[in-house]
Design a protein around this ligand. Structure first.
Ligand SMILES: Cc1cc2nc3c(=O)[nH]c(=O)nc-3n(C[C@H](O)[C@H](O)[C@H](O)COP(=O)(O)OP(=O)(O)OC[C@H]3O[C@@H](n4cnc5c(N)ncnc54)[C@H](O)[C@@H]3O)c2cc1C
Length: 299
């Protein structure tokens, strides 16, 4: 089957990229080519692409901003669907309805403009809202679960479902979107009326902390490891003497040991080897097993 021709029945030519380097679509700036990378602009287009892939047994993988992804050097076989073309955000009173590809920065800005408080914690997380639901993204004491009201998903059988927040089994960096293979299409957030100046002050303060503490001048995927119970991954890595440790172009950040940075044209293999070294050393020294937060994808 000519996949390109079939995709062109659903999308315009410029929405279909062939042999597209994934390093252009990940915050790590790492990753070989996707056979196809498509950018739908509407929910209908997104659903049609998924239905086409499912019916024809074509492997597909959804990405938002690619800010939590490590993509293999060989790339991804099949179709990568990037959601950032679906980025409408609407506000009704204290409710925000956002399409899955809207960035947390954009949604937070809308919240601020409407003097809605509750999502200040998320304003500096560089993901899409769909990715943030998948991960139950969180920072500075807040998590997506605190502000989500309902989510529109497509399930594996191709049915649309509205899930309430309790249906999503949110936990630390987890929602059952991961287990059930749901596609998050739209998210409804419930915020509270607040004071514009105060919301802005908190957002600026938290974003200032990020600039101060995180190596934002290098490509990365944020914290590589989940927080182990009772510890901080960054502290354990630092105490294991691994700050600045390099394998190939990948390096444990000197600024924040919980981050691996793409210091100099790192490959996925460099990062995987460095992850393994960190896990082994931390286990050897402290008996703590570090589990990755970032998602590995590809051949
Ligand atoms: C500098 C930096 C700082 C960061 N700080 C934080 C932080 O403070 N807190 C935090 O929690 N994270 C942080 N992250 C990680 C990342 O931004 C979050 O995990 C974010 O939620 C990922 O969203 P994304 O759109 O980039 O997802 P992607 O990386 O594109 O995808 C991540 C996973 O979500 C799935 N997915 C994406 N969209 C959808 C959808 N619509 N439906 C179903 N599944 C989907 C993908 O298939 C993939 O498995 C940071 C990353 C960086 C680079």
């Amino acid at each position: 089957m000519d996949i390109q021709k079939e995709l062109e029945k659903v999308l315009n030519k410029e929405q279909i990229l062939i042999n597209e380097p994934m390093k252009k679509h990940t915050s790590f700036k790492i990753g070989g080519p996707a056979d196809f990378l498509v950018i739908p602009y509407t929910k209908e287009e997104l659903i049609e692409v998924i239905n086409f892939c499912t019916k024809n047994n074509i492997n597909f993988y959804l990405i938002g901003n690619g800010s939590n992804l490590l993509v293999s050097d060989k790339g991804i076989r099949g179709v990568v669907i990037k959601t950032t073309g679906l980025s409408k955000v609407e506000v009704k009173d204290n409710i925000i309805i956002a399409e899955c590809g809207a960035s947390l920065a954009k949604v937070s800005k809308k919240a601020l403009e409407n003097s809605l408080k509750g999502m200040e914690f998320a304003s500096g997380i560089p993901g899409s809202i769909g990715g943030a639901i998948f991960m139950n993204a969180g920072a500075y004491g807040g998590e997506m679960k605190d502000i989500v009201e309902r989510v529109l998903v497509l399930d594996k059988e191709g049915n649309l479902k509205i899930l309430n927040k309790d249906d999503l089994e949110f936990a630390y960096r987890y929602s059952n979107v991961q287990k059930n293979g749901y596609i998050v299409l739209e998210v409804e957030l419930k915020l509270e009326k607040g004071d514009y100046e105060e919301i802005k002050r908190v957002m600026d303060e938290l974003n200032g902390k990020r600039v101060e503490k995180q190596p934002l001048n290098f490509p990365s995927a944020g914290s590589v490891f989940k927080r182990p119970q009772g510890y901080f991954a960054g502290k354990l890595i630092e105490d294991a003497g691994l700050k600045g440790m390099r394998i190939g172009g990948a390096m444990v950040s000197e600024k924040h040991a919980g981050f691996i940075i793409n210091y100099d044209n790192a490959t996925c293999e460099d990062v995987l080897n460095l992850i393994k070294l960190i896990q082994d050393k931390v286990y050897e020294k402290f008996g703590v097993k570090l589990e990755t937060e970032i998602k590995f994808v590809g051949e």
